[in-house]
Design a protein around this ligand. Structure first.
Ligand code: PEP
Ligand code: MN
Length: 336
C-alpha cells in the first residue's frame, strides 16, 4: 500500500502516519519526491485503508496489486541516481565500469587499471570469488584478489566492484569494495539478498540466466525492503535457444524496466555475447536504447586471461569504444 501525503504535509504529519502504520505492524519506507512524500506501507498484516485516509495530511492511499512495491515508479516517480566516486547511474547519466573478468595478479590489475584510468574510467571491476560452472576452473584469488583490487584502485583513485557469493563474505567485502555485485547465478539467493538489504553500499544485481524481468525486480525488492535503496540492475543476457552468442542480450529489458522501476539499469555486453567483436555493437545498442550504465570486461592481455579472455576487450579497443559511446550518448540526450 502506498500513502501519498498532501503537498503541504509537514514532518510532524508524516511522522504521525509512519507511527500509525508501524504500530499496526507494518514497515514504513519513505520516498520524498519533488511534489509529494510517499510512504510505502509494507507488511503481511491486514489494515483498513480508510483508517489511514482519515489521518491528517494524507491525500490518497493506493493499494498496489503489482508484486513489486519499493522498486516501482508508483512508489518513487523520479529516477534513482546512484553516485559512486563521482560516476552517476540514472537520471540521464550513464556510468561506466570496466576491468578484467578475474583478478589474476597485481601486475595484471595494475596495468589494466592504469590504461582504463587513462581513458577516464573511474570504477574498476574484477572477480575475486568466481562462480565457475566447473569446479576445476580457476576459482579466483579470494580475499587476496580483493586486496589487489583495492590497492590498485586507490592508486588510480578508482572505485571497485566485485562479486559477493555468500552471506558470510559480506563483512569482508565491505572492507574492500564500493559496489557489491550479485552474480546471475545468485539472483535468487534470497538469504544473500536479505543480508544485502542491511548494507549501506550500492548493490549491482545481475539478471539471472533464465529469470523473467518480474523475478529480477522481485529480487531487487528483497534488497530494498531490507532498507538498502541503492540497487543497480544489470542486464547480462539470458539463456535462449540461440547458440551463436553466449547468451541473448535482452535490449528491450532497458525500456521495459525503466517504465516500471525508478532503479538504474546497466548492461553487460561482455557476458551477454561472450564474443569480443560483439561487445562494441551491443554497447552502442544499449546506449541507444537508453541504458544507465555499462560494465565491460577489459584485460591487459586477453589472450592469456585465466577467465573470459575471448570476450575481453584490448585496452586500445576499449578506448575507441568509450569515445564512440560518449558521442552516441549526446544523441540520446544523456551523458557519461
Ligand atoms: C561476472 O561479471 O564476473 C560474472 C560472473 O557475470 P554473470 O554473473 O553475469 O555471469
Ligand atoms: Mn567474466
Amino acid at each position: 500500500m502506498l500513502i501519498v501525503m498532501q503537498r503541504q504535509a509537514d514532518e510532524a504529519k508524516i511522522n504521525k502516519v509512519i507511527d500509525f502504520i508501524k504500530q499496526k505492524g507494518f514497515d514504513a519506507h519513505v520516498s520524498k519526491g519533488e511534489d509529494h512524500t510517499v510512504i510505502g506501507c509494507v507488511g503481511r498484516k491486514v489494515i483498513d485503508k480508510r483508517d489511514i485516509e482519515l489521518l491528517e495530511g494524507v491525500e490518497e492511499v493506493i493499494r498496489i496489486t503489482s508484486p513489486y512495491k519499493l522498486v516501482s515508479r508508483v512508489f518513487k516517480p523520479e529516477d534513482t541516481v546512484i553516485n559512486v566516486n563521482g560516476v552517476k547511474f540514472g537520471g540521464g547519466n550513464i556510468g561506466m565500469i570496466a576491468g578484467p573478468c578475474s583478478v589474476e595478479t597485481y601486475e595484471q590489475v595494475d596495468e589494466t587499471a592504469r590504461k582504463l584510468h587513462d581513458c577516464g574510467v573511474k570504477i574498476l571491476r574484477g572477480g575475486a570469488f568466481k562462480p565457475r560452472t566447473s569446479p576445476y576452473a580457476f576459482q579466483g584469488l579470494g580475499e587476496d584478489g580483493l586486496k589487489i583490487l583495492r590497492k590498485v584502485a586507490d592508486k588510480y583513485n578508482m572505485a571497485v566492484t566485485s562479486e559477493v557469493m555468500e552471506v558470510s563474505q559480506i563483512p569482508m567485502f565491505l572492507q574492500y569494495v564500493d559496489i557489491l555485485q550479485v552474480g546471475a547465478r545468485n539472483m535468487q539467493n534470497f538469504n544473500l539478498l536479505k543480508s544485502l538489504g542491511e548494507v549501506r553500499k550500492p548493490v549491482m544485481l545481475k539478471r539471472g540466466l533464465s529469470a523473467t524481468i518480474e523475478e529480477w525486480l522481485m529480487s531487487a525488492e528483497y534488497i530494498m525492503s531490507g532498507g538498502n535503496r541503492d540497487v543497480i540492475l544489470c542486464e547480462r543476457g539470458i539463456r535462449t535457444f540461440e547458440h551463436m552468442t553466449r547468451n541473448t542480450l535482452d535490449i528491450s529489458a532497458i525500456p521495459v524496466v525503466q517504465k516500471i522501476s525508478h532503479l538504474p539499469i546497466i548492461v553487460d555486453p561482455s557476458h551477454a555475447t561472450g564474443l569480443r567483436d560483439k561487445v562494441a555493437p551491443m554497447s552502442k545498442a544499449a546506449v541507444a536504447a537508453g541504458c544507465d550504465g555499462l560494465i565491460i570486461e577489459v584485460h591487459n592481455n586477453p589472450d592469456c586471461a585465466l577467465c573470459d579472455g575471448a570476450q575481453s576487450l584490448y585496452p586500445d579497443d576499449f578506448a575507441i569504444l568509450f569515445k564512440d559511446l560518449k558521442a552516441l550518448a549526446e544523441v540520446v540526450k544523456k551523458k557519461f
